[in-house]
Write a protein that binds this ligand. Structure first.
Ligand code: UDX
Ligand code: UDX
Length: 456
């Protein structure tokens, strides 16, 4: 069997590497219109940092895993084509700011239809609004090239930072298809790929619409848990309760469960906000404004959490940060990834820059140019009189700063020599922990004025 995956991103790359590793009898080629990205996948410096990814790719690259810019020929030859291109929130026209932009998915469908090359199963791996498969199918059928196409929905549930672990041992694999004999055969073919390493009872099959909607729903529920605990963190700060204690106490209720109750400066990542906005747009489209408003609130709470965090910093630092240096520890949206999409650090840093603070930023995996780009700054901002300085270490970032702010929970920040760091900072020195990573009492003993999330 030959698989072609369109889109060598955070989802397509790791997923195809795992399929290639587990299915020696399958040839997997990942294609992308971005030649630079393909070159990186073919080099020793992969475009994505993800624990275990490098080893997985090295083991199979050139064996049955290939990265190529020859999009057309690889699509033509494939039996199964995965569409794993990005589906960002629309920035223009109808639904701007809410609806998913499906132009890349549609372009893929049109290309597949134009190229022919035999019967194919087309798999939606990208997260898409419900009924996208209908659009893909119509485009493929309109080609009238004599080939039979089946559209299958197979959303990916991996989380960045744990992608390889999640792919190797998924809670479930979800595959949706048409409820016709041909549709069921296509679902069985895609299921057969995963059954090389995933137990059959973890491979769930549904119709197309349930599968598409389940992905949006899963992300909405996960984000909702974070917004719920973050809402309680505000109340904890007002009352003297400790949000970590509350999370532990409620998490031991087996009906609630312990996961995804870590209060933070806010959730980020390429999916949560985009998918909730997409869900709420769908609700409005189907004339369900109350349902849309319910889910929109999860995003509003997240925005509130970020601005509340900056507000608390301002208040503690005598209502001004103008001209003060602030060390930003961590810029990625979570640890163990170099991804900064929708990272809460972006909003926090933008707000602090508006207040005329100088930022000294460190992140072990995010390069300086990416940080500057997300802040809408040119390289000049990091020139002679820098408002933003990118530092090679956390210690360097803290030197001379009035405050340190943890925005990503990188393990290396937990065990820094904070006594030494304190001595290098301007007093009174503040520590704001947006990830509840640090021991606040220990910091206070050193002399810091220390603040966590949801701790009075
Ligand atoms: C994934 C999913 O596909 C998306 O639906 C989900 O919501 C977020 O995660 P991701 O892999 O993270 O997207 O996206 P990205 O890292 O941006 O990768 C997409 C790749 O597709 C890019 O490398 C881009 O160059 C490529 N692409 C895009 C094409 O090859 N062709 C196109 O027409 C459009
Ligand atoms: C998410 C889903 O988990 C995954 O199933 C889906 O396929 C894609 O979207 P991802 O965005 O990669 O994955 O990471 P995730 O671990 O879900 O974290 C998202 C954000 O929530 C991060 O900013 C993280 O720091 C934050 N978070 C997570 C919290 O603030 N508290 C928590 O308890 C968990």
């Amino acid at each position: 069997m030959k698989i072609c995956c369109i889109g060598a991103g955070y989802v397509g790359g790791p997923t195809m590497a795992m399929i290639a590793r587990k299915c020696e009898d399958v040839i997997v080629t990942v294609v992308d219109i971005n030649a630079e990205r393909i070159a990186e996948w073919n080099s020793d410096e992969l475009p994505i940092f993800e624990p275990g990814l490098h080893e997985t790719v090295i083991a199979v690259r050139g064996r049955n895993l290939f990265f190529s810019t020859d999009v057309d020929e690889n699509i033509r030859q494939a039996d199964v084509v995965f569409i794993s291109v990005n589906t960002p929130t629309k920035t223009y026209g109808v639904g701007a700011g809410h609806a998913a932009d499906l132009c890349y998915v549609e372009a893929c469908a049109r290309r597949i239809a134009e190229l022919g090359g035999g019967d194919k199963i087309v798999v939606e791996k990208s997260t898409v609004p419900v009924r996208t498969a209908h659009m893909v199918k119509e485009i493929l059928e309109a080609a009238r090239n004599g080939h039979a196409y089946q559209v299958v929905s197979n959303p990916e549930f991996l989380a960045e930072g744990t992608a390889i672990r999640d792919l190797e041992n998924p809670d479930r694999v979800l595959i949706g298809g048409e409820t016709t004999p041909e549709g069921e055969k296509a679902v069985a073919t895609v299921a057969g790929i995963y059954e090389h390493w995933v137990d059959k009872d973890r491979v769930l099959t549904t119709n197309l619409w349930s599968s598409e909607l389940s992905k949006l729903t899963a992300n909405a529920f996960l984000a909702q848990r974070i917004s719920s605990i973050n809402a309680i963190s505000a109340l904890c700060e007002a009352t003297g309760a400790d949000v970590d204690d509350v999370a532990r106490a409620i998490g031991t209720d087996s009906r609630i469960g312990p996961k995804f109750l870590k209060s933070s400066v806010g959730f980020g990542g390429s999916c949560f906000q985009k998918d909730i906005l997409n869900l709420s747009y769908l609700c409005k489209h189907f004339d369900l404004p109350e349902v849309a408003a319910y889910w929109d609130q999860v995003v509003s709470m997240n925005d509130y959490q970020k601005s509340r965090f900056v507000g608390r910093m301002m208040k503690a630092m005598f209502n001004t940060v103008s001209g003060k240096c602030i060390a930003i520890l961590g810029y990625a949206f979570k640890k163990d990834t170099n991804d900064v999409r929708e990272s809460p650090a972006i909003d926090v840093c933008r707000r602090l820059l508006e207040e005329k603070a100088c930022l000294r930023i460190h992140d072990p995996k995010v390069p300086a140019e990416v940080v500057l780009e997300t802040l809408g700054l040119s390289d000049d901002a990091a020139g002679d009189d820098p408002t933003v300085t990118f530092c090679d270490s956390a210690e360097e970032a803290c030197e001379g700063s009035h405050a340190l702010v943890v925005l990503t929970e990188w393990e290396e920040y937990r065990d820094l020599d904070y006594a030494k760091i304190f001595k290098s900072m301007t007093e009174p020195a503040f520590a704001f922990d947006g990830r509840n990573l640090l021991d606040l009492r220990a910091l206070e003993e050193i002399g810091f004025r220390a603040f966590g999330i949801g701790k009075g």
